[in-house]
Ligand binder design. Structure first.
Ligand code: MG
Length: 421
């Protein structure tokens, strides 16, 4: 049996850990730059505010109900996520971390599954005050279904086990296909056009026909729904296929210099992420776009692929390549809202080829030393203490984050204070 544990409205729960006064009150967390709602407490869901709602559309409703609104504090969420996962590692024989707030657990060989699952939930609630739900079934896809039920229906008390064939069938008969793990909007539409609307109907399909029509992914889905496991636990961290840094600006930018500074800064972030994962990249995609919500302004989107002469992960050369890309796609006369850089073709440091023009890798060694020094200084004194001049002194494109909570668990200076009388 495989379990899927998922934290309920995780970012909101993280904020509430240090603000117990916000229990049972409406709370939302916003995306980068305070653009959209990305985590909602149950009270907010009850108001009918949908996921990803742009803040300006729901601001009045939030004010009306005196909702607490937080900018995203990813340092806090990532740290609490690591703590949740370490509790899981101690209590379950095998764990596959699936996302910041989800993990698959191996329940095979466990005598009393229900009791063990409740114990795991209680431990996480006791240590971190984070509510969770667990779905348990013979396959990952069915565990996702079970988790969905555990979350939606309070009768399960946070743990839903789907084991008996008759139970599974009863659930799948009313389970819409678009809610099945791995079925995107497009596939859901194609299935519906074929008259398949419930998980049970999909389960009855001929796996070979599914393979012909929807590739091996579709075939696996049918097996998984039938309780035949095709997707096994992957305890190793999966190899990264791409790394991206894309943000919207706090105010729309019209000048090339301002956008260039933002792009240079994103290139720095990207370089830092590559070094952190011991990777280099040979290919970048740079993109810019205007705001899709401001219909009255003229819209523009463009992107460009840059092949680098050699695999890189240092700030200066990634900045140079990114700005070169930006120069090719930037058009004056638009109010830019967002820019992004994606690194494709990630290569582990152990498999790097040198170029013809720098056979000993000297240029690379020097750039690497500078990057390492920057990393050390910024780790010790805080991000942004020293940065490349190309990122500019203005920093006008910087995140707003006006409503960010302190980094309670990752910064000595921001430790919560407790007073006792
Ligand atoms: Mg969740």
């Amino acid at each position: 049996m495989i379990g899927l544990i998922d934290a309920n409205n995780f970012y909101v729960s993280c904020e509430r850990l240090f603000r117990p006064d916000l229990q049972a009150k409406p709370v939302v967390v916003l995306s980068n730059n305070d653009g959209c709602v990305i985590s909602r407490s149950n009270e907010i869901k009850a108001l009918g505010i949908p996921m990803a709602a742009p803040l300006f559309q729901v601001q009045d409703l939030l004010d009306q109900h005196q909702a607490s609104v937080f900018s995203s504090n990813f340092a806090l969420y990532a740290d609490l996520s690591a703590r949740v996962m370490s509790i899981l590692e101690a209590l379950a024989p095998r764990v596959e971390v699936y996302s910041i707030d989800e993990a698959f657990l191996d329940f095979s060989g466990i005598q009393d599954i229900s009791k063990t699952a409740q114990h795991i939930r209680e431990q996480i609630a006791a240590c971190l005050c984070i509510p969770t739900c667990i779905g348990i079934a013979p396959t990952k896809t069915l565990a996702k279904v079970a988790n969905h039920l555990a979350k939606k229906n309070p009768r399960y008390k946070g743990v839903c086990i789907l084991e008996k064939a008759s139970d599974i069938e009863a659930v799948l008969e009313t389970f819409p296909i678009e809610d099945i793990w791995g079925i995107g909007r497009r596939i859901a539409a194609r299935l519906k056009a074929l008259g398949i609307t419930t998980a049970e109907e999909l389960k009855q399909m001929d796996p070979r026909w599914m393979r012909q029509t929807f590739t091996v992914v579709g075939e696996r889905l049918v097996y998984e729904l039938n309780g035949i496991s095709c997707l096994h636990l992957e305890p190793e961290i999966q190899a990264l296929h791409s790394i991206q840094v894309s943000r919207s600006f706090s105010t729309p930018l019209t000048q090339f210099d301002a956008v260039r500074e933002a792009v240079a800064s994103y290139a720095t972030r990207l370089a830092g992420k590559l070094r952190q994962h011991h990777l280099k990249t040979t290919t970048l995609v740079i993109s810019v776009c205007t705001n899709r919500f401001q219909v009255r302004n003229r819209r523009y989107y463009n992107s460009i692929l840059i092949n680098l002469p050699t695999a890189l992960n240092d700030d200066s050369r990634l900045i140079a390549a990114s700005i070169q890309g930006l120069e090719a796609i930037f058009k004056t006369g638009f109010a830019y809202h967002k820019a992004g850089i994606v690194a494709l073709e990630l290569i582990p440091l152990t498999a790097i080829q040198l170029t013809l023009f720098d056979p000993k890798g000297e240029g690379s060694a020097k750039a690497q030393q500078i990057s390492r020094a920057l990393d050390k200084i910024n780790q010790r004194y805080g991000r942004g203490t020293v940065h490349m001049a190309a990122c500019g002194p203005r920093l006008s494109w910087r995140d707003k984050k006006s409503r960010k909570s302190p980094s309670y668990t990752t910064s000595w200076r921001q430790l919560p204070k407790v007073f006792a009388k």
